[in-house]
Design a protein around this ligand. Structure first.
Ligand SMILES: [Zn+2]
Length: 259
């Protein structure tokens, strides 16, 4: 049986792929990355993300505005909802809280996050969560606003087991990026070993955060395989088993994505 992996979070609409987009897709296919979810970060470039999903049956789209995005249009509930209802759009995000790159009065960031949660619940599609130096507030807002009703994923997981447990508790999934392969990440590796096999995903977050042995290079969906192999090794299971589980998990969570 051939291997089938999903890159559950990438930004292949970014300029980093402008020069070699077809080759990047070929590399992914050769590494058995059969599907990818291209994640929206702002209103201005969301149309590119949507276009990719309309052009390629194995690329899915999300709609959302990243918590650090401060310039450009702030879509209201109805604008987000209209896009989230599209069949190409399988998730709402990326959204969440980031106290590392934003500071001062962050009530706007909280309001934006809550608006995304409300849209995800209204449309019945899962949330893609970005959180940085804000895990407790992120989990609190998810609980207070009933995000267990729509579910979602903590993408590029960089927290510890305590936060992983809270995410699992509300039915969320945990997605591992190249960060899990770094020597400096023993706490994330612990989560990679302990999290239930039916609740984990793998991703690249490309073009950022390439896994070992590509660390420091431009990341691309093909490298999902290195992260998948690393997590499989941590769990002492074959790559095939990790691939089958994470792919099943992806299509269970993003239930409107057509396999
Ligand atoms: Zn991202």
């Amino acid at each position: 049986m051939s291997l089938q992996l999903v890159d559950s979070h990438c930004h292949i609409n970014f300029d980093a792929f402008a020069d070699d987009f077809p080759a990047m897709l070929d590399n992914a296919r050769e590494s058995d990355i059969n599907w990818m979810l291209c994640v929206s970060v702002d209103w201005e470039t969301y149309p590119q993300v949507l276009k990719l999903a309309q052009t390629y049956p194995h690329i899915f789209a999300s709609v959302g505005v990243h918590p650090n995005h401060t310039e450009g249009h702030e879509p209201d509930f109805d604008e987000l909802l209209a896009q989230a209802q599209r069949e190409e759009v399988v998730a709402v995000g990326e959204t969440g809280l980031d106290y590392f790159r934003s500071s001062g009065d962050l009530s706007w960031q909280h309001e934006r996050f809550i608006r995304h949660i409300e849209v995800a619940k209204a449309v019945g599609k899962p949330l893609i969560i970005h959180t940085r130096e804000a895990a407790d507030d992120t989990m609190r807002l998810l609980r207070e606003h009933g995000a267990d009703q729509c579910g979602g994923v903590l993408h590029c997981f960089a927290e510890d087991w305590r936060i992983a447990e809270q995410a699992l508790e509300i039915g969320f999934y945990i997605s591992f990026s190249g960060i899990v392969t770094f020597k400096s990440a023993p706490l994330i590796q612990e989560v990679a070993r302990k999290a239930p096999l039916d609740r984990i995903l793998v991703e690249t977050d490309s073009p950022y955060l390439a896994p070992v042995p590509k660390r420091g290079k431009r990341n691309e969906p093909a490298y999902t395989r290195y992260t998948a192999q690393f997590v499989a090794d941590q769990r002492q299971i074959p790559l095939e088993a990790l691939a089958e589980a994470t792919t099943d998990n992806f299509f269970r969570l993003f239930s409107t994505a057509v396999r």
